[in-house]
Write a protein that binds this ligand. Sequence first.
Ligand code: DX5
Ligand code: ZN
Length: 237
Amino acid sequence: MQLFLKPASQSANDYCMTPKPLISPSILSADFAQLGAEIAAIDVAGADWIHVDVMDGHFVPNLTLGPPIIKALRGHSSKPFDVHLMIDPVDPFIAAYADAGADIITIHAEAGQHVHRSLQLIRSLGKKAGIALNPGTPAKMIEYLIDQVDLILVMTVNPGFGGQSFIDGQLGKIAAVRRMIDKSGRHIHLQVDGGVNVETAPQVIAAGADVMVAGTACFRGGPAEYAANIAALKNLG
Ligand code: DX5
Ligand code: ZN
């Protein structure tokens, strides 16, 4: 499984063009009564990764799904499972999400006192490690974690629900994180999550993101629309 993939639409002839952003549809907006079929459909429609939102009713005011469901869904797509853990504590559950089939495990900088240790744990299990920042958390929070991460996620809504409005004030943070990544010289994805749609995506890309999570914007209109929804987000910027 290729994790840090070039979009399939890019050929050797257009290597000099700006790469298209990766799209990670959030299954929070899928039809939960048929999640397996929904994941297969969004995969075929051009999703680069599959974004799985895990909520515990404590770190965020909502509950979603746990490792057994991810394990059951794993066989429905060969794309990387991009698992966003909105849970606190997180350490006791990381191994279970790794075993269930997560490829990228993103934890929150605000969840737990020892995020450095949590990131090391994720990598020790052979998974890519991500760190997420809530809207109220400054970029400098991750200054001394940058050598421990493969992905930085800037939240552009307060986590807990799909379908919220994009918080414009986070664009400056996306740009600041882009500068931190470039300065580090490391290959780290900059992901943005929350309220991403065809109106907000160009600003997100201009600020420096290379991976966009989108729930509402990818799953709107049902399976017949998924390919067009993803293409519309990819071809902006
Ligand atoms: C919010 C989740 C997001 C959310 C995105 O807590 O982390 O992934 O589902 O949904 P939209 O794209 O609808 O804002
Ligand atoms: Zn998410």
